[in-house]
Design a protein around this ligand. Structure first.
Ligand code: SF4
Length: 439
């Protein structure tokens, strides 16, 4: 029986998908490139916010059509949507043959074997699964980077966020196990390890005697992995000792630190455990400690109680801090979260208008910043064939995280996929660059 898996959602889900395919492949199930060629189709879903849930349900219904006269004999749904709404999925989507929650990942082989039986393996078990370096992993794309999940779950309790409901409490993988996985990925030709979890800076707090995230990054600095990129840093965890360790660690000069907002009243209502002034100081300290640092952040607009004045505080903050990269989301009311029902609801169209204003402001800042790269010689990791037919290859600078920060389109001789190349930046167009091979 050939299996095909469609991944939705965040890089943490991508890791889960590669583990499920790794276990299935090790159990003898061939992996089909296309869903049409598979007898068993799996959808690894996302349930983070309303739009993500919509996309998950639409994808399930779309793939379910493959059962009408196609090869597909069973449709399995996994991931956050099943962990959160398992019973509803089975009740409302008769096309689905079986579901598996985020905490039962290692039962995927058993489930595929019995898929025809309409099994419900989701709602019973609370989130608890954590993989290790011995778990077979099927790298789904031929790119030189891989996501490494260093922990699962979160204890921060931001009032707008439902993730802890389906990913559980924070639990860190052992340091030696993460080092072993990164070494193994380097031996498989991976050149960049992107460290992900819900709350990366909390790594180690639940593992007595293993140190903190700074110690993990210093340990990973001794591996053969050329690029190490930590993502999802919560500013509330930052202190001088951590900054000192991050500055000593051999990580790419890139940090992803969601600030969410900059109005102190809203930050309290969001339970972000940090103030705007503190975040400005953290940014300044990181920039002082790590040369050529690229800072990415995420902000949330339309949270209940966001007045014009509060929104202006956010805009002023973005103008002043001048992040290199920024993503903006509109608030999504989530079941069983403290923010649901808070007073001061912001109409959706107002929230979307504010998101557009933030994005315009950020684009202007980012385009000004990126201009300084013109004519410089940069190291690029060549990801592979270019999506733009005008170029053969594309890659990324250390300041560009995969899939979210744009690419460098590459020209010239001697450029090879999966390798580093030295290029001169010859064109700068918004978030995208053109680089010419340079000796
Ligand atoms: S840090 Fe906050 S937003 Fe992020 S996963 Fe945890 S609770 Fe959700």
């Amino acid at each position: 029986m050939r299996v095909h898996l469609t991944t939705l959602g965040c890089p943490k889900n991508q890791v889960d998908s590669e583990l499920m395919l790794g276990m299935l492949s090790a159990a003898g199930f061939p992996v089909a490139e296309r869903a049409e060629d598979a007898e068993c189709v799996i959808v690894n879903t996302c349930a983070f916010i309303d739009r993500a849930r919509e996309e998950s349900v639409n994808t399930i219904l779309e793939l379910a059509r493959l059962k009408d006269g196609g090869r597909c004999r069973s449709l399995i749904v996994t991931g956050c949507l099943t962990q959160r709404y398992g019973k509803e999925i089975l009740a409302e989507l008769p096309e689905v043959d079986a579901i598996l929650g985020t905490s039962e990942l290692d039962r995927i082989v058993e489930l595929v074997r019995q898929a025809a039986g309409r099994h419900d393996w989701a709602t019973s078990a609370p989130p608890g699964y954590l993989y290790d370096a011995t778990t077979p992993r099927f790298l789904m794309s031929r790119v030189p980077y891989a996501y490494v999940k260093i922990a699962e779950g979160c204890d921060m309790g931001c009032t707008f966020c439902a993730i802890p409901q389906f990913r559980g409490r924070h639990r860190s993988r052992p340091l030696a196990d993460i080092v072993a996985e990164v070494e193994a990925l380097a031996r498989r030709g991976i050149r960049e390890a992107v460290l992900v979890s819900q709350d990366t800076l909390a790594w180690g707090k639940d593992r007595r005697g293993e140190g903190d995230i700074g110690d993990l990054l210093l340990a990973l600095s001794d591996t053969a992995m050329p690029w190490i990129r930590p993502m999802y840093l919560h500013p509330a965890h930052v202190n001088d000792r951590l900054i000192e360790k991050l500055a000593r660690a051999r990580i790419v000069p890139y940090l992803d630190m969601p600030v969410q907002h900059a109005d102190d009243g809203l930050l309290r209502a969001m339970r972000r455990a940090v103030t705007a002034r503190r975040m400005k100081n953290v940014v300044a300290a990181f920039r002082a400690a790590i040369p050529d640092l690229t800072l990415r952040t995420t902000v949330l607009v339309g949270f209940p109680g966001e007045t014009e004045a509060a929104f202006q505080a956010l805009l002023d903050f973005v103008e002043e801090v001048r992040f290199e990269r920024l993503g903006v989301f509109t608030y999504s009311p989530e079941e069983k979260t403290p923010a649901l029902g808070m007073p001061g609801e912001v109409p959706r169209e107002v929230a979307e208008e504010r998101a557009a204003i933030v994005q315009d402001c950020q684009d202007r800042i980012a385009f000004e910043r990126v201009k300084s790269l013109y004519g410089t010689v940069q190291q690029v990791l060549v990801d592979g064939p270019s999506e733009d037919p005008a170029f053969r290859w594309e890659g990324r600078l250390a300041g560009q995280a995969p899939e979210i920060d744009g690419v460098v389109y590459l020209r010239g001789r001697g450029i090879r996929p999966g390798r580093f190349a030295r290029v001169r930046v010859t064109e700068v167009e918004g978030y995208e660059l053109v680089g010419e091979a340079s000796p």
